[in-house]
Design a protein. Sequence first.
Length: 258
Amino acid sequence: SGFVHVKNPHLDSLEEDVLYHLDLGTKTHNLPAMFGDIKFVCVGGSPNRMRAFAHFMQRELGLPGAGEELPDICAGSDRYAMYRAGPVLSISHGMGIPSISIMLHELIKLLHHAKCRDVTIIRIGTSGGLGIEAGSVVITDTAVDSSFQPRFEQVVLDDVVVRSTNLDKDLAEELLACSREMADFPTLIGHTMCTYDFYEGQGRLDGALCSFSSEKKLEYLRRAYDAGVRNIEMESTAFAALCGLCGLKGESCQFYLL
């Protein structure tokens, strides 16, 4: 049907669904009127970047008021920032799996309550590159964990639930085709490895703790490259798992900064 699905039977019994971290709710806001025509959602870590992206989309789409300050829809919360440019919603998700997971739960419920249809969601952000040129954009075909497996492990009560992390392959190819029109930066499709932290989890030698040698780090990164990994970040497995389960056409694109 193209609608965004929620897989929680308890929501039907709620008198009001409060999207606490977005400062929105089903009683306090007319969500279908505010968001019912949204077709694209772009999410990224930084509030400032997502505000800049919303301004960029406003100019690109030739919308009225281009150049004027956009209101932060989530201004009543200090967790996330949300901006709208026509049919495009731009939202920050913070850093790491816990932060993006909270935002996605509430975003997916928002899209569901707003009766949005045929929504495409794209995560945009920065990452560490692996064996690629600095300045490259990696379009993720599959998000993998630190063992290079396409899975997201979520602890639910005392059970470990394993979820698939495959993303929309057709959307990845479509984005790659679009990139050929822009010669400013190299673009490729590859696996994205998602880690639980920035330092030890990504093999960095400059954290407060480090229990491995530079040789051990390089050996691990070579194995990651051989497994198809082309960049490393901290959100993609949760992003892919939640989008897939709830019927969202999702993709993740990261810019590799040197």
